[in-house]
Design a protein around this ligand. Sequence first.
Ligand code: SAM
Length: 452
Amino acid sequence: NLGSKRVELEITDLAFDGKAVAHLDGKVVFLTGGLPGETVEAEITRTKPRYSEGVVHRILKASELRIPAICSHFGQCGGCTWQDLIYQQQLEFKKKQVTDCLQRIGGLMEVRIHDVVGSVELFNYRNKMEFSFHVTEDGGFTLGLHSRGRFDDIFDLDKCFLQSEVSNRIVHWVREFVERERIPVYDVKKHTGFMRFLMIRQAKRRSQLMVNIVTNYGEIPSREKLVRELTAAFPQITTIVHNQNGQKSNVATGEIETVLFGCGFIEERMFDGIFRIRANTFFQTNSIQTETLYRAAFEMLNPDKNDRVLDLYCGTGSIGILISHYVDHVTGVELVADAVEIARENAAVNNVQNITFYQGTVRDFLKKPQASETDHNIVIVDPPRAGLHPKALARIIKLKPKKILYISCNPATFARDAKELVTQGYRLPEVKPVDMFPHTMHIELVGVFHPD
Ligand SMILES: C[S@@+](CC[C@H](N)C(=O)[O-])C[C@H]1O[C@@H](n2cnc3c(N)ncnc32)[C@H](O)[C@@H]1O
């Protein structure tokens, strides 16, 4: 013991959320900081009946897998928790996470789990970053990213390595503009003030960049000046949009959108397709690695010309549009109306005629006669982190598809849903994990289920 709460611990493992695992007095301790194989000095910050939590203060014996992090915000930022771990080892931990989920949650011991396909780019891989405005106690404000483990604290960002250099310079420029023009910053506790988020979306395969300013209700003060000066300072900017969100929920999506400059969207190229991205619609954030993910998925699915495909949770239609060339027909289903509108535009831009889109929830769509009457024999699902709703899953099984392609950003919910599919007579021969988010513990995976 090194004091009342300071203890020397040996780290044995990493947990699902990237925390280090150690043991103290027969109880597990989840630590922020530290890598397996290390001896550390840590402070226990919370004690619960079944586990404790703590923070690493000093590394007493460092792991050979440790490397210096390149970012000056490392440790403070909630983003790249594994930047000090060699990349190959990050991939090993991610594979272990997938294996643990499939075995412990899914009870699936026989599935072949491929090695994780690493990201081509380790930095500057994101096409979208969201920066938050935050009122500080001294009456000032910050513009940047969330402090680690704190949803209520934003640190002033100098430089983030996950998006391009120009994105960092735009953050500095907007911060100075808001300060100079004395535009009030939104206070999440009091729900007063104006500036809420700055979002930057930048295509990787096209020279197009969107600045999206998210505010409380109202017009941006000095709006013309902002557009004139910002576009003069950054000729890379192809569109600027303003989104108003007067709701208490602290999200960077707007209820009212105004295009201040350019056409209001950017376009990204994937394979030979062109995809429009608007401020409020989902698009995979690592464009280059998305191609790797889709290639793995399509190879595993191996569709044929007579197949009729249901693309559930289709977003802006990218999967359905790309696969439409190899099958008879695709029906895309998506909840967000804006996304469906763009999905239809994307189909037209790419000259795809054998695709239709339905706006609404997957559960509601699957209740409709058109879901079963149109002979869909392949179902693709790419749900949010929560995975499939049990009713949606039951209705998918009722369609008796000959293949179900499941693309997941959460191995835990994938494993839960896989267990149900296997119980209902499907088998899952293999899964392929693909790393879309280096330096974070997130992992994407694909698997195809076949009837037994
Ligand atoms: C992980 S994204 C996948 C998007 C798309 N497949 C792609 O690769 O770009 C999940 C999508 O599901 C949509 N969504 C969430 N809940 C839904 C629901 N209950 N019914 C239909 N779509 C939903 C979200 O709006 C989002 O576009």
